[in-house]
Design a protein around this ligand. Sequence first.
Ligand SMILES: Nc1ncnc2c1ncn2[C@@H]1O[C@H](COP(=O)(O)OP(=O)(O)OP(=O)(O)O)[C@@H](O)[C@H]1O
Ligand SMILES: [Mg+2]
Length: 292
Amino acid sequence: MEKIVTRVIAVANQKGGVGKTTTVVNLAAALSKTRHTVLVIDLDPQANATTGLGLSPQKGVSLYPCLIGEQQIADMIQPTAYENLNIIPSEVNLSGCEIDLAQRPDRLQVVRNVLQAIRDAGVFDYILLDCPPSLGILMTSTLAAADGILVPMQAEYYALEGLSVMQDLIARLKANGANPALELNGILMTMVNSNTRLAQDVIAEVREHFGDKVYETMIPRNVRTTEAPSYGQPVVFYDPSCRGSEAYRAFAKEFAKRNPTRGEAAVAVRAETPAQEPAVTNQEEAGDDKVS
Ligand SMILES: Nc1ncnc2c1ncn2[C@@H]1O[C@H](COP(=O)(O)OP(=O)(O)OP(=O)(O)O)[C@@H](O)[C@H]1O
Ligand SMILES: [Mg+2]
């Protein structure tokens, strides 16, 4: 079988309601339809990605028991109703993680260490991490585990501020050795209402600052996209022909092209990333992980 280079992408923005979960669910769904193997990990105790993919949160089934060493990650992977699309759901316990992790000297490496087994297995093209709108220890550890951060962003005032927080976080995680290879994977403009002047101005500004880090595809504001989660379905399956579905399919195509996981292109991308430095275990250095 063809070797897969698994790519771990955290979908994050500390700003709430910008389309993180909608992007995870629909990117995952669209990628799975084009025969990519995908694992979604829901890290938000709100469990929106879990319910959005048709599952109910279940006590004891999440990344949480793996983080505290009580379960193997492979045992937490749940199938969804869709081929090639799997999920590690969220549960409310996940919010207790902050306290459990706070005392641990290896806290920045916990998520990375837990994910290593599924990376090594090489069965998933993509692991998509749905992050909560916060910057706690779990979130920081999650970013320390990722190859790249995808930032969904709404075209509105203050959007750039949120982005600079993410950039600062990436710089710190690189500098303190927690994740030297971390990169901004890209920026996705969401809920775009392109006929407003404000949206046009903000999009132009973001493109000016971030150039080709901004994905060409933009996701329009679309009613069917808002409705789909209440049916426990990604919009790309709920109503494949609506504008939201079209946009997420186009985005998945662009995303897959930019982030190859198979063949020579994938190996070349991997070779570009520097080797991992030793994990941060020193208490003093590890103290730099809380980014306000
Ligand atoms: N393209 C879109 N068109 C219309 N509504 C959308 C679109 N994308 C997302 N929404 C709606 O906007 C709301 C916020 O989206 P979503 O839950 O994906 O954001 P989030 O960043 O994950 O939020 P949180 O920070 O709370 O986790 C939801 O009600 C969702 O259905
Ligand atoms: Mg969310």
